[in-house]
Design a protein around this ligand. Sequence first.
Ligand SMILES: Cc1ncc(COP(=O)(O)O)c(C=O)c1O
Length: 426
Amino acid sequence: MECLWRSRLLCRSHLTFQLLKRSQHNSCTATTKFDQSLVDRLAAIQEAGTWKEERVITSKQGPEINVQGSKNKILNFCANNYLGLSSHPEVINAGKVALDKYGAGLSSVRFICGTQDIHKELERKIAEFHGREDAILYPSCFDANAGLFEAILEREDALFSDELNHASIIDGVRLCSAKKMRYKHRDMNDLESMLAANQDVRTKLIVTDGVFSMDGNVAPLRDIVFLAEKYGAIIFVDECHATGFFGKTGRGTEEFCGYKGRVDIINSTLGKALGGAAGGYTTGSKELIALLRQKSRPYLFSNTLPPPVVAGASKVFDLLMDGTDLTTKVAENTQLFRSKMTKAGFTIAGEDHPICPVMLGDARLAVEFADEMLKRDIYVIGFTFPVVPVGKSRIRVQISASHSHEDIEQCTNAFIEVGRAKGVIN
Ligand SMILES: Cc1ncc(COP(=O)(O)O)c(C=O)c1O
């Protein structure tokens, strides 16, 4: 594993060297200047300590993976594979069958010649799972978020967005012409004061992540529903870190908070718990979905989802509607991890969610801690500024239904060993 780290460092300096060499060779063309500006910006990213490396996995996604440069199997605690379905045999097989019957892709957007019966069937299953009238598929949830607000809101309208909402919501909001306001993270007084100051606006839309992925904490849906009723607003929730596994039957934040069916618009991803391949969707009223099919730009101007991806996701919904075993298992595993870690003296943020941020504070400590975990064959990632606030660095552990109790034991034992060595716990 030492080797892996050394080669990654070498790669990084190699890249800088190549870029510098290239820019020194060229004379003063616009391209050279542009390349130099890229070199400067890359160097700034490195200097800021926010350079992102990619580890290369050479196996399927799962609780145990092979990582290039390491001989041992690594226990994976940082995927969004909450239900362990990314490599489920039935999901893989559904993809293979669809590949043979429907081909690799449609070479078209949906409204020209990119809609197959399986796309319609998956949209029906999504709507049924969420108890909504209809659903619309997108190439990703990033696209679903990018395509929603501009299509449904106009100048006469206003939206109120939690300041820590996902980047795709922030980008989607930028594209729309409605009045935009950002309320402090989960601060209902701040939200209320904004709603009160905009009572005459035609449509008021409250926009929030259901579960915030850095902290594993949950939107205060009870209070949001109360305010929506008081001020005549509608509610949008991004359920990427909730659909399929959060709440007793995996119906997400609404179910976890006891407000099933109360949210007006739900966006979610097929790329995390629901098979992990790709794709996103919006689900809600039939009028909402009809308007999105007419106006939403990522839907109208981007290729349709490939048949094997559609069939894999469709199989996931069959599995979910068949029973709640996986949802129960991930909740049990989460409980096990959280209780062992808390007992050992660690602080775990979030609320009963499989995202378990192990709070460490110092940035260097978080990065070095994750390195030490990898030496013990546990794959976790340290999150530091600017992804999280200064002084709130952490290791974000993500629990899956596919982890065994032994996997969790091995992970918590490694945390305890490293935590003691580094003086984080006694
Ligand atoms: C809260 C949230 N919304 C949207 C997305 C985008 O989902 P997708 O990967 O389907 O584009 C993500 C993915 O990281 C997310 O965490």
